[in-house]
Design a protein around this ligand. Structure first.
Ligand SMILES: [Zn+2]
Length: 400
């Protein structure tokens, strides 16, 4: 995903704004229909709503994207409910999520594709469909590395959105993949956690997302703003949340890059815990922070998976059961072995180890076993896609 900042004139900006607004008004209409009729699949929903969305002035590409956006949003919601993100059946959060149609903000992102949007890299301008016809020559700016990626890769779908008054285009790029390493020389086990974001069986450890001092300061600020409850306080809170997400995203990019680079360099595969274990671990935390941590976990898992695929590094997902309380040295298993968050002392052989490091070694071993089992079963390729990871990067352009 490459980010491009648009620099529209005020006239162009108002065309973009009214286009985005109408698209989202239509998305809300489609969402209401979907909710009332109980029709959530893109294809079926299109039959029901395409005509009226077109009649509102949307081009055929835009109309299809609006409908697919709604179908995807319900799909994501359903997956979230299934994964327990909204609590048990009957809980307040779950009832709230299920009892009304999904709504879109007036400036929520709208997808575009090559048929209704194009970037002229040399000229540094963008041309795209709007309600008032094709808008040409919108200047844009981006980093040098983003420009290089855009020049080298085929562009997929892009999301147009307005964030804090800035116009952004997030372009999905299709990066060429290396052929899969079919003969990995062992596996790097990766333990994901809260205190340590990632610990590998090869000795790499990425410490927590924030220093405790920073965290305490942020929490104090958050409490003060929440108590205030004014509109501007909410705005500041929102901005703070975004900043926090951006930070976590940057960290996740660095950590995943480093792990995948090591696996590639040493000819190894990567073993990750399957998603369920991660959810269990964050379940007891406070809802808002838990949501953030669980989001950050998933993102890191996704980043590792897609970077590995790009580099041809095999990834296997292992059952997380007992990885944190089995001794990686002697195999002894006892609940009491995990002394606390950080310490592991084996009652079998007496070894003292960092708890996450010990877990990551177990994950590595499980990964090797899973890989060998996959090969013995003469399956054409061992599992390398996701078991339970959502993958947003593989969106396909919609056909009519
Ligand atoms: Zn032991």
């Amino acid at each position: 995903m490459v980010q491009v900042r648009l620099l529209p004139t005020s006239e162009q900006a108002s065309a973009l704004r009214s286009t985005l607004h109408v698209c989202n008004v239509q998305a809300n209409e489609v969402s209401r229909t979907a909710f009332e009729r109980g029709v959530f699949r893109n294809h079926d929903l299109r039959k029901l709503t395409y005509r009226s969305v077109r009649d509102a002035g949307l081009g055929s590409q835009a109309a299809q994207h609006v409908i697919k956006k709604v179908a995807d949003a319900y799909g994501t919601l359903r997956a979230g409910i299934r994964a327990g993100n909204f609590g048990r059946p009957g809980s307040r959060r779950r009832i709230k999520a299920e009892s009304k149609p999904i709504t879109f903000r007036p400036d929520a992102a709208q997808p575009f594709d090559r048929r209704n949007m194009s970037l002229a890299l040399d000229a540094g301008t963008l041309s795209l469909w709007t309600l008032n016809g094709r808008l040409k020559g919108v200047p844009f700016a981006c980093s040098t590395s983003a420009r290089r990626t855009l020049a080298e890769c085929r562009h997929g779908e892009s999301d147009l959105l307005c964030r804090d008054g800035k116009w952004l285009l997030l372009v999905t790029v299709e990066v060429a993949e290396q052929p899969l390493n079919e003969e990995p020389d062992g596996f790097i086990g990766v333990d994901l956690g809260i205190a340590n974001i990632a610990t590998t069986s090869t000795g790499y450890r990425a410490a927590g997302r924030e220093s405790s001092r920073h965290r305490a300061r942020q929490a104090r600020l958050r409490r003060r703003l929440q108590a205030k409850g004014t509109k501007s306080a909410k705005r500041v809170l929102k901005r703070q949340r975004r900043r926090e997400q951006r930070r976590a995203r940057d960290v996740n990019h660095c950590v995943s890059k480093r792990i995948v680079a090591e696996a590639e360099r040493t000819g190894r595969g990567i073993a990750l815990e399957d998603l369920t274990g991660i959810r269990d671990r964050v379940r007891h935390r406070r809802p808002q922070r838990a949501a953030f941590h669980s989001w950050a976990f998933h993102q890191l898992g996704n980043f590792i998976t897609y970077k590995a695929r790009r580099a041809g590094v095999p990834v296997v997902f292992v059952d997380p059961a007992h990885t944190s309380r089995t001794c990686a040295d002697c195999g002894h298993r006892e609940r009491a072995d995990r002394v606390d968050q950080a310490l592991f002392i084996c009652r079998g052989c007496g070894v003292v180890a960092h708890a996450d490091r010990n877990a990551s070694r177990n994950i590595a071993r499980k990964g090797e076993v899973a890989w060998d089992a996959g090969r013995r079963s003469s399956a054409p390729a061992p599992p390398r896609g996701g078991v339970g990871w959502t993958r947003r990067a593989t969106r396909q352009p919609v056909g009519p």
